[in-house]
Design a protein around this ligand. Structure first.
Ligand code: SF4
Length: 94
């Protein structure tokens, strides 16, 4: 299967600090049903164990130019897929 066009391959790192989801992203997730009212994430195909690991990971986001928690990256409109420790990122302005 061919890869989708993407602009960046962003290496996934261990987060250097805890990352919280920004409020505007939480609101978006709630309105799209990916988060319940209590703030619990409900990501399809992501087990609680995977989610725990995702929370310890981050990327140096080339668009936002800062370290972003992997959960935020995973739900980002630019996120395409994760392969072998890298995120394929569309790189559109956010
Ligand atoms: S998918 Fe979004 S958060 Fe992740 S690296 Fe790309 S722009 Fe940054």
């Amino acid at each position: 299967m061919g890869e989708l066009p993407h602009k960046y391959e962003v290496t996934i790192i261990t987060a250097t600090k805890p990352h919280k989801l920004p409020d505007n992203i939480k609101d978006e997730l709630k309105s799209s049903g990916l988060m319940d009212e209590k703030g619990k994430l409900k990501l399809k195909g992501v087990s609680p164990k995977m989610l725990k690991r995702m929370k310890e990971e981050a990327v140096e986001c080339p668009v936002l130019k800062s370290e972003v928690g992997f959960v935020q990256c995973f739900v980002c409109p630019n996120f395409q897929s994760r392969i072998t420790g890298k995120v394929l990122c569309k790189g559109e302005p956010l």
